[in-house]
Design a protein around this ligand. Structure first.
Ligand code: ZN
Length: 242
């Protein structure tokens, strides 16, 4: 099986359309979404409908949960909060029903999926250091854990001696005895200074993971964000990928 792994679409329909079309060309067998389908972007309902149609599994993310009124908005910065409040007003019943039903984790093959971190899947912690990564490795048993949340793609390779190495030398062959924490990056709001939409492809037979990038027409998304009256930084950042 070959899996397309997507995360943090954030209501960006143009980026998501491009990624779906690229996943189609790559002929993956299943699409797995790590959450944050909405928040920030101007097309939340359209993105939820597309996820519902194309993804075999979709987790809940912190922005999805907040847009359902289940997370204290004080936990978000001003711009994220503005966007969540706007998204709350836009979400239709079908989108809400779909998001309400999403799980926090999902296991498949020798892998686990979680939006933020495997140690506390409902707490939305960020993995920002190798110390954080060590906590995460202790919290799951599988060979690989796929995450999103920080919008920055990387692979942390834990070797049998317990040493960790951050890798970006894609494609990466996943070795037996090693364990991996893989951030697949963000479809709709990349923050690694590359504006192209990010996603991953995992080949379970070949044990190979590759990060893919899909350049898309973000000018259209920016125009829509500005038309909603949301903070203009949310439009600006799509051009710089940060
Ligand atoms: Zn996100």
């Amino acid at each position: 099986m070959r899996y397309g792994l997507i995360s943090d679409i954030h209501g960006n329909l143009e980026a998501f359309d491009q990624v779906l079309s690229d996943l189609d060309k790559l002929k993956v067998d299943a699409i797995l979404c790590l959450g944050d389908v909405v928040g920030y972007g101007p097309d939340p309902n359209e993105c939820v409908a597309l996820v519902q149609k194309h993804a075999d599994v979709c987790l809940i993310g912190n922005h999805d949960e907040a847009s359902l009124g289940r997370v204290d908005l004080e936990l978000f910065n001003y711009m994220a909060r503005e966007a969540i409040e706007w998204t709350m007003r836009q979400l239709n019943k079908e989108s809400k029903d779909y998001l309400l039903d999403r799980p926090y984790t999902h296991a498949f093959e020798e892998c686990l999926m979680v939006h933020a971190s495997p140690d506390e899947p409902r707490r939305w912690n960020y993995i920002l250091s190798l110390d954080d990564a060590a906590h995460s490795f202790a919290a799951f048993e599988q060979h690989v854990c796929f995450i999103g949340h920080s919008h920055t793609p990387w692979v942390i390779d834990l070797n049998p001696e317990g040493r960790m190495q951050v890798r970006q030398d894609y494609p990466i062959t996943l070795q037996d005895g090693h364990r991996y924490l893989i951030n697949v990056g963000s479809v709709g709001q990349p923050r690694d200074r590359n504006p192209a939409a990010a996603f991953g492809v995992f080949d379970a037979e070949k044990k190979e993971y590759i990060l893919k990038r899909s350049p898309y027409g973000f000018a259209k998304t920016q125009k829509k964000i500005r038309a909603t009256g949301l903070p203009s930084f949310l439009a600006d950042r799509l051009a710089t990928g940060q």
